[in-house]
Write a new protein. Sequence first.
Length: 232
Amino acid sequence: MTTGEADGWLDALAKDRGDLDRSSTAERVADKLRTSVLDGDIKPGQQLNEKALGEALRVSRNTLREAFRLLTHERLLVHEYSKGVFVRRPEVADIVDLYAARRIIECGAVRRWPDTDDRARQAVRDAVDLGLTSREKGDWTGVGTANVKFHQALTALAGSARLDEEVKRLLAELRLAFHVMGDHEDFYRDYLPQNQSIVEHLDAGLVRQAEEALLAYLDQAEKHLVTGLRGG
């Protein structure tokens, strides 16, 4: 990664600093950084420069350190003594645990499809469309971001803000594992058609089949990531 590429996400955060006024809390700063992970802008192993981040967001060092603490608790960051703060690299045990949680949350949310509103359903379809558009452009990082939005939209079917926040944290941690896999096209090309299939089942009123397709998806993705992290 070139210096320009590494600093690009800092420029994006700086442009968005209008959302962070003097009353900014560490939680809001942490959310900005978490979103950068979800969008694929921050990579595992990357060191976070406290001075550069503080200047980009115009927040105090204490606020930034508290945000780092929160994200360390979420297993997105790690503090290495005398070296600094780094974006964490997930391990196999993390993947197994993350997918155990996702099966419970996402499959339960999908069962709510018949009872949710049209806006929530459309968000699921829109995420698939975004993935297809990104694929047509050859933007596989964009496909990955669309995939994250798809699973966030599935969770939102449950209508629970608490679940939405929890899945945002889970997917941010998982996005770091996706980066470790390397070639985004090689990783994501098999999953976009499965997202389409899940939506087709839901639109046809085949909720049980959609849930089964989602479970198969999650099983495959977990195995894919575990194999990759083990170097297999």
